[in-house]
Design a protein around this ligand. Sequence first.
Ligand code: ATP
Ligand code: MN
Ligand code: MN
Length: 357
Amino acid sequence: TFPTAATHVVTVSQYACQRRTTTENKNKIFTDAFEVLVDNYDFNEVTGPSLAFSRAASVLKSLPWTVQSLDTTHNLPCLGEHTKAVMEEILRYGRSFEVEKILADERYQTLKLFTSVFGVGPKTAEKWYRRGLRSFSHVLTDPSIHLNRMQRSGFLHYGDISRAVSKAEARALGNIIDEAAHAITPDAVLALTGGFRRGKEFGHDVDFIVTTPELGKEESLLPIIIDRLKQQGILLFSDYHPSTFDATRPPSRSFEAMDHFAKCFLILRLDGGWRAVRVDLVSPPWIVSPLPSGWTGSRQFERDLRRLARLERRMLLDTTPCSTKPRYRKEFLAAVTEKDIFAHLGLEYIEPWQRNA
Ligand code: ATP
Ligand code: MN
Ligand code: MN
């Protein structure tokens, strides 16, 4: 028998931070299609529908069952008319014609190709497209195109860094960074963050938090680590951003909170396998290091944590030592661990491996 609506009368929250989402996606056939639509809306800077399809994809990822009929989706939030029309096509024909049309579109294909290069965002991709460029060789041989340092590395290591990084490779990199950090100070602490902390098997990069209990010392950590990696001959690219952290500045209202901690975007050569890998390091002060400084993700999970705080709790979430702030009273709530943040927001704790929203 087919599942009926009654089989699934569990309430699903509209906020990703109130759902448990593992890496096992039972509705990939739908969410893959939605992701194409999201990319296409983003390329055209159409934000509303982009967010709508991102949210819909996130809801479907959280389900422990596969949607087999639209009748079973009545209780699900964030599924609008358009979303359901796409799902209906997929249920009926196994594919969405709207999505297929986009996939066959030259502009979409070209922007997708260009933005797959490290250092090339939608704006640059669009600029190149408008100049009539359609391939990497067009870009690389056009005398009017000046690549910045990041883009040059992106092209140089394109093959390597577009290949997924495995857990074993992430571990090997962890050892290298750990050794570098400990050579600077025996107190250094390294923690895996990003997708691998959420239990993903593969990633597009490896993300680490590195810090030390000695206040202020974390500021010098990254430059010294970078220097060491250079001396070891494994640094292929580095883009270092010193801390712009200012505890007196009010928390950001944005969905996408870019934090102000020292960070660097690297390309390292993983010896043995002789391949280039993208690595991100962020170095917050010790006191905020346990916080989900936006780096554990997923992006949708972090966005919804902020959205819920703002809309349902009238608080602003920030990665300062005082991380949640009731909006209309000038009061800060201190959070020392991730669990504190969930508690302040009146949320059940969601483990990192359940944040694959
Ligand atoms: P993948 O396996 O593709 O790497 P991921 O979830 O690890 O998946 P990342 O792009 O590495 O994706 O980002 C990890 C987290 O760090 C995300 O939640 C993202 O929002 C956050 N993040 C990325 N760049 C920055 C930045 N410059 N400042 C603050 N947070 C960032
Ligand atoms: Mn990552
Ligand atoms: Mn990253």
